[in-house]
Design a protein around this ligand. Structure first.
Ligand code: PLP
Length: 393
């Protein structure tokens, strides 16, 4: 008799997630295969983690090699794969120093502690964030996550948070003048908040204001980083450099890893004992992270940009044919949001029925976060199914 994994899940695992009716048996490249041997085209890659798809052969090789050398060793020793990854990340971004964590929320927590240390001997305090932003679910991060459904009434630590309604540099300056916050934190493209791209004009203007008022500019690139938007990090579409860069998701090549990169000029605010974690940086995750960056730099980033253009073009065509169903198409690189104007509840299931896995976020935004190895045929398969669904709607 086949094990009923869905029933066992309900019995033994707290129900914090609504799951798709798929018990995964195997995953490879762009595909997930379930217990019934049904094959699904995966268009959200483990929520933007599997940048190079599932079980990439070079990552498997790297995993095998590093696990045969050493796995977890703790922070009492020099960890070669972690040092090599830190160097790669710095070289791909800006001069500075890294603190490694295990997840996105932990990266936000590290940033919060860093901001606190930095601002202690200045007369600044608190963080400015955007309404509708998502920075994680641990209690510190949750205070910065401005989505009611997520924040609810959980208790949060006692530091001031100022919420920006929208991109408005005049309003931002007013907040800086009135409250003297220590930091501004935002996602260059809102992820869970509905794939909203923050304009270059705002990002560059915010950089100038942060410089003028001695406010740290912190970018949450947990979702947008590691090639997702067509550059290694999304801030690289602009002329600015942040003071603190938050990363996670794809940085461990599919394993749990995150962290912050702090610009060199402010990199001496954490001292031994100020922060820490038992697990990060895991050596295997670090080795996979380095390999992922290498592979991306060997041409996948450029190719992913081509695929992004193609996919957006096809979506645009669908929008022109069905303007009553498809609204705005937005995003950057292979982080794409499609506003659905009609009864979106059916969408996920309709795609699953056709062997395609998508994500719907912020109520009615179809969010596409495919691995960067997606090809034209796979995009065509998605567009054909989407057309099919729309015709029957
Ligand atoms: C922009 C952003 N920040 C923070 C997080 C939290 O990361 P994690 O789920 O790894 O804690 C996420 C996760 O989706 C995210 O997209």
């Amino acid at each position: 008799m086949m094990t009923d994994w869905m029933t066992l899940d309900q019995k033994y695992i707290l129900p914090t997630y609504g799951r798709m009716p798929i018990v995964v048996k195997k995953a490879e490249g762009m595909y997930i295969i379930d217990e019934n041997d049904d094959k699904y085209l995966d268009l959200f890659s483990g929520l933007a983690v599997n940048v190079l798809g599932h079980c990439h052969p070079q990552l498997l090789e790297e995993m095998q090699y590093q696990s045969s050398q050493f796995g977890h060793i703790s922070n009492f020793f020099y960890n070669k794969p972690a040092i090599a990854l830190a160097e790669k990340l710095v070289k791909a971004t800006f001069e500075g120093k890294i603190y490694f964590a295990n997840s996105g929320a932990e990266s936000t927590e590290a940033a919060l502690k860093y901001i606190h240390k930095y601002s202690k001997d200045k007369n600044t305090k608190g963080v400015v964030v955007f309404k509708n932003s998502f920075h994680g679910r641990t209690l510190g991060a949750l205070k910065l996550t401005r989505m009611e459904k997520v924040q609810q009434d959980f208790p949060t630590p006692d530091f001031p948070v100022y919420e920006l309604e929208k991109e408005d540099l005049a309003q931002l300056e007013k907040v800086f003048q009135q409250h003297a916050p220590a930091a501004l934190l935002f996602e260059p493209v809102f992820g869970s908040g509905g794939v909203q791209v923050v304009s270059t004009e705002f990002i560059e203007g915010a950089r100038a204001l942060c410089d003028a008022y001695d406010v740290l500019l912190c970018m949450d690139e947990i979702q947008t980083g590691i090639g997702r938007t067509g550059k290694m990090f999304a801030y690289q579409h602009t002329s600015i450099t942040p003071d603190i860069l938050l990363f996670a998701k794809g940085v461990g090549g599919g394993l749990s890893l995150g962290g912050i990169l702090v610009a060199e000029k402010i990199a001496d605010y954490f001292k031994p004992g100020d922060h820490g974690t038992t697990f990060a940086p895991n050596s295997i995750a670090s080795a996979l992270g380095s390999k992922t960056i290498e592979i991306l730099q060997e041409g996948i980033l450029e190719k992913s940009e081509e695929m992004s253009q193609y996919l957006r073009g096809e979506l645009q065509r669908l929008k022109e044919d069905y303007p009553e169903i498809i609204g705005e198409i937005r995003g950057k690189g292979l982080m794409i949001g499609v506003v659905i104007l009609k009864n979106h509840e059916v969408l996920n299931n309709e795609f699953v029925k056709r062997g395609i896995l998508v994500n719907v976020t912020n109520v009615n935004i179809l969010r596409l976060l495919p691995s960067l190895i997606i090809n034209k045929e796979e995009i065509d398969t998605f567009i054909d199914s989407f057309t099919d669904i729309i015709k029957d709607w």
